[in-house]
Design a protein around this ligand. Structure first.
Ligand SMILES: [Zn+2]
Length: 267
């Protein structure tokens, strides 16, 4: 029976590749993560991963025409999420899955879910927030900036982040609530808090450390190496601090906040 589920995970990853939701390497990375998740956290863990992946893929495609105006990367670059992006969003949760192989402590599940809640909050915040009619507010520069920059927030994006974290916390509650209701509720609230706090960390990392580029055609700042279908110029940030590194760091923070709260409140 279990073997069939591993085959099922592989088939899903191939379908995601065919649908251009993942590149070939991205799909291989997703398979490794899916298999380790299933090994440590059974089908419930896979459901949490699926809630993140399916809602994020949907929101990324949602109103794509409007968002393309903001980002305007060349079409060839948009053949799905790469292995780097998959690791950036799912790497921390996979480390928790590996941890659970060695010690059967429930803390790993909370850290796993905290990392996924952060990734979901981040993706929802950026994919929904970019549609905000109001100009985003940059937390470091303390002024309004153009849409699409890291470190800038909108009410719409922040609300989306809370809802994204709640989607994972709520799924956790539905998946694990078997009689011991209050403990599961505490766990799901920890996950929601960790996901939102991880998203805040993402915003601050992005504001202080992430690279920024300047488009010489339309004279706007962007975090993309491409704008108006042309290469942009780097004006700020360390070359190795990429969006993937910022996302990976924030999911680790989300995992540790969930684990810390679990030790503090539950243990
Ligand atoms: Zn431009």
């Amino acid at each position: 029976m279990e073997a069939f589920l591993y085959v099922g995970i592989a088939l899903f990853c191939m379908v995601f590749f065919r649908l251009n939701l993942l590149t070939l390497m991205g799909s291989s990375a997703a398979f490794i993560m899916g298999a380790l998740t299933f090994y440590s956290f059974q089908w419930q863990g896979l459901v949490l991963l699926a809630v993140f992946f399916l809602t994020s893929s949907f929101l990324t495609k949602w109103k794509r025409e409007v968002k393309m105006d903001e980002r305007a990367e060349p079409f060839e670059d948009k053949k799905g999420r790469t292995a780097g992006q998959v690791f950036a969003n799912g790497g921390a949760s996979t480390v928790a899955a590996v941890g659970a192989i060695y010690t059967a402590d429930p803390i790993w599940l909370l850290m796993f879910a905290g990392a996924i809640a952060t990734a979901t909050a981040d993706t929802w915040a950026s994919e929904v927030g970019i549609l905000s009619k109001a100009k985003p507010f940059h937390v470091k520069e303390w002024r309004k900036v153009e849409a699409g920059l890291s470190g800038a927030v909108t009410w719409l994006g922040t609300s989306a982040a809370i809802l994204g974290a709640a989607a994972i916390g709520g799924s956790y509650y539905l998946l694990y609530n078997e009689g011991s209701g209050s403990l599961t509720l505490t766990g799901s609230l920890i996950i929601i808090f960790a996901g939102f706090a991880g998203n805040l960390a993402d915003t601050f990392f992005g504001a202080w450390f992430e690279q920024k580029y300047y488009c010489q055609l339309c004279k706007t700042e962007t975090e993309s190496m491409w704008h108006c279908k042309k290469k942009t110029v780097r004006i700020f940030g360390l070359p190795w601090v990429t969006n993937n590194l910022v996302n990976f760091s924030s999911t680790i923070i989300g995992a540790f906040i969930a684990g810390g709260l679990y030790i503090w409140i539950v243990k």
